[in-house]
Design a protein around this ligand. Structure first.
Ligand code: KG4
Ligand code: ZN
Length: 362
């Protein structure tokens, strides 16, 4: 069964063709440069670019997958949560395609896509090539017995989404069965990364830029205090980290040296990633879950990946991380979830509407 997955919930125009766990193509047109002058994503501009980009992204995805449109069995598109004008474009594009092809349509929750991104085969093969990573940064982290293609992760597992819109911990009981265990009280982790990057003059998109410059800084140069939410709390808060970063920046009186920026980025990243891992292990202990899955844009953070790799060697848990390109928004994770619902014949009506905010819990 070949699934076409369409993702337009924010500023990436993404289309993928997936067969089971195998990614046949995964094309992403990033709008980073378009939104950079505004310091963040402008919803109407994002939607206008999705309209312009989608036909070419679709064509590229099909040709890379060596698949004709008529060979697609199911069309899946993100319908929630995200920026409403952006969601509407991909959703309507997907529904129109399904209607014209006379094939089933499946609306996918973006969060369910992230949580399941870890089931996809690692798309990297030596012939495709990839940006070289520092040797200590794992491309993907998998339990030894599950190494290689199509890893199976035993249910129930602890699913962590750390992205630009969410910092949410779930108990995943089975495919489609998600129980929310804890979430952020204020910003999402990715949002905090983006805002601190902006304070440091790193521009947009902030998270990956801060990650890069943090590699050059001293993670112990500045102290950040962990929020007082209780040791076993499964909630998150990032406003204190942002305020502390702002105060350090203000003390520089407008003169941010390269060393200062690198040290503050490294210290902020060190503190936030410690906090994320702290809560993850608290959730594992409290709910007696020892299979941990970490997904979402911030899971691409090199500092976090390094720490998780070290942590997992000693912790009583099996850690699973998708490869970096499957952490940030992509069409493959939407297609994978569409395929799972497709197998179960759980199709969506063509009247399905976009929903900006929604939880993922049943
Ligand atoms: O999952 P995602 O692509 O979109 C959402 O669903 O939100 O996550 C995007 C977020 C942004 O806030 C971005 O700055 C952050 O993930 N991000 C990173 C890194 N790569 C992406 N944050 C820190 N380090 C990174 N390497
Ligand atoms: Zn996302």
């Amino acid at each position: 069964m070949k699934i076409l997955g369409i993702e337009t919930s924010c500023d990436e125009t993404a289309v993928a063709v997936v067969e089971g766990r195998k990614i046949l193509s995964n094309i992403i047109a990033s709008q980073g440069a378009v939104h950079a002058p505004f310091g963040g994503v402008v919803p109407e501009i994002a939607s206008r670019h999705h309209i312009e980009n989608l036909p070419a992204v679709l064509e590229t995805a099909l040709s890379k997958a060596q698949t004709r449109l008529s060979e697609i069995d199911v069309v899946a598109a993100t319908y929630t949560p995200g920026l409403l004008p952006a969601l509407l474009i991909g959703l309507q594009f997907g529904k129109a395609l399904a209607f014209a092809l006379k094939k089933p349509f499946i609306g996918v929750n973006h969060l369910e896509g992230h949580l399941n991104s870890v089931f996809l085969d690692d798309p990297l093969t030596p012939t495709l090539g990839s940006a070289p990573l520092a040797p200590q940064v794992p491309r993907a982290l998998r339990l030894a017995s599950h190494k290689g293609r199509g890893s199976d992760i035993d249910y129930p597992f602890l699913g962590f989404i750390v992205s630009g819109g969410h910092t949410h911990l779930y108990k995943v009981e089975a495919f489609g069965k998600y129980k929310l265990l804890g979430a952020t009280r204020d910003d999402a982790a990715g949002e905090a990364f983006d805002k601190v990057a902006k304070l440091l003059g790193l521009g947009y998109p902030g998270g990956p830029r801060l990650d890069k410059i943090a590699q050059e800084g001293d993670p112990h140069a500045f102290r950040f205090t962990k929020p007082k939410l209780g040791d076993e709390s499964l909630e998150f808060s990032f406003s204190g980290y942002k305020t502390a970063a702002l105060l350090h920046v203000q003390k520089q009186n407008g003169n941010l040296s390269q060393n200062f920026v690198a040290d503050l980025a490294a210290s902020f990243q060190h503190a936030v990633t410690d906090f994320l891992i702290d809560r993850l292990s608290a959730a594992g202990r409290r709910h007696r879950l020892n299979n941990w899955v970490v997904t979402g844009g911030v899971a691409a953070n090199k500092g976090l990946r390094q720490k998780l790799a070290t942590f997992s060697k000693e912790a009583p848990c099996n850690l699973f991380l998708p490869p970096m390109e499957l952490c940030t928004d992509n069409g493959a994770m939407i297609a994978y979830v569409g395929g799972e619902y497709g197998k179960r014949k759980k199709h969506s009506p063509l009247s399905l509407n976009a929903v900006a905010y929604s939880a993922l819990a049943q």
